[in-house]
Design a protein around this ligand. Structure first.
Ligand SMILES: *Cc1c(COP(=O)(O)O)cnc(C)c1O
Length: 366
């Protein structure tokens, strides 16, 4: 006799990590930073390692103080988690349970459907529009008396598209005030559209100051290059942040992660150069793909979406043959992270190899 799982668990898929890459191959499957950690961040973590026999400080006062000051919010509104994915879970648990609905676009961040179901709530997926963008009107139309939370992933993972500040504000203004709008800005630092502002604030922060039902998620995993240490933050209405502290698993964020986050804020000028490099390679990646005949979508994130449909596997295999590992959604598309110059050189060679081989095939037929 096997031990029964909790009712409903069978319907929840296990989160799949981007595929690992063989040593020497380009790992463009998880939207990580292609750059190794900054020396100043490594030094700070190294110094802190002496204290790992102690539990971390759950109040995370230094990083939370810095973030509260930066965004002009009360420190009690700021929470840190083991990556912003943990905070997404906390926000759901804070407002939704059995019988409640959580709306988000689809396709969007892979973790949303599972996190919602784990909380016992019901995911309501609203298809992206023909341009792979959030269909905010359709999302408004999906609101019911059961709706408790709406995610807006901006820029959207995996499509890299954004909704502009005016559109987003009109949406937030139209959502009833007893529904929490969570603006997930994991990739905001790579956004070069009108949505972006130089303080790396993003439109979410501005809205949070003006509306009582907005929360924002940011992470140190992507632009700041700390994916392996696990730290992100949420800024939420005070009462929501209080509820998050109730549902949080104690000691989720290590002192090493807190220290690295503070050191990263201190090194933002250096990080800005790295972000600019990733943006440059992203633009190149779009051109390389389009020049090879693949339908790459213009992106404001650190990855590029190729809605290759039935040819998704073909593109995946082509890249894999060129030692490039990507994230593939069979029958839908391929997401390729913007890597280093060498990584994108490799993508270019892999795609050129196919052009050459199909040309050779055509010549052979001729
Ligand atoms: C990567 C990602 C996150 C969070 O990543 P963490 O490493 O948990 O901070 C959150 N939202 C989206 C859309 C992401 O792609």
């Amino acid at each position: 006799m096997t031990l029964p799982a909790r009712r409903g668990l069978d319907a929840i898929p296990t989160y799949r990590q981007g595929r690992p890459a063989a040593p020497g191959a380009s790992k463009l499957s998880s939207n990580e930073s292609p750059h190794p950690p900054l020396p100043s961040v490594i030094d700070a973590v190294r110094e802190r390692i002496e204290t790992i026999h102690r539990y971390p400080n759950m109040a995370a006062p230094e990083i939370i103080g810095r973030l509260a000051e930066r965004y002009g919010v009360d420190a009690a509104q700021v929470t840190v988690g083991a990556g912003s994915v943990e905070l997404a879970a906390q926000l759901i648990h804070a407002v939704a349970g059995e019988g409640d609905e959580v709306i988000f676009a689809w396709r969007s961040f892979e973790a949303y459907p599972s996190l919602v179901r784990i909380a016992g709530a019901t995911p309501v997926q609203v298809p992206l529009d023909a341009d792979h963008r959030h269909d905010l009107d359709a999302m408004l139309a999906a609101i019911t008396p059961q709706t408790r939370l709406i995610f807006v992933c901006n820029p959207n993972n995996p499509t890299g598209t954004v909704v502009g500040p005016a559109e987003l504000e009109a949406f937030v203004a139209a959502v009833p005030r007893d529904i929490l709008v969570v603006i997930d800005e994991a990739y905001v630092h790579f956004d070069r559209s009108e949505y972006f502002d130089d303080a790396h604030a993003g439109a979410g922060i501005h809205l949070l100051h003006r509306y009582p039902h907005v929360a924002v998620l940011h992470t140190f995993s992507k632009a700041y290059g700390l994916a392996g240490l696990r730290i992100g933050y949420a800024i939420a209405p005070r009462e929501i942040a209080d509820s998050q502290r109730k549902v949080a698993i104690p000691f989720g964020v290590t002192d090493l992660a807190q220290t690295a986050a503070v050191a990263s804020l201190d090194a933002e000028d250096e990080l800005r150069e790295r972000i600019a490099e990733v943006v440059t390679q992203r633009e190149r990646l779009v051109s390389v793909l389009q020049d090879a005949g693949w339908p790459a979508v213009a992106s404001e994130a650190n990855f590029v979406w190729v809605p290759a449909g039935e040819r998704a596997i073909e593109l995946d295999e082509l890249l894999q043959a060129g030692d490039v590992v990507v994230r593939t959604f069979p029958g839908d598309g391929v997401r390729i992270s913007s890597g280093s110059q060498e990584d994108i050189d490799r993508v270019e060679r892999a795609l050129a190899a196919s052009t050459v081989s199909s040309t050779t095939a055509e010549e052979a037929r001729a």
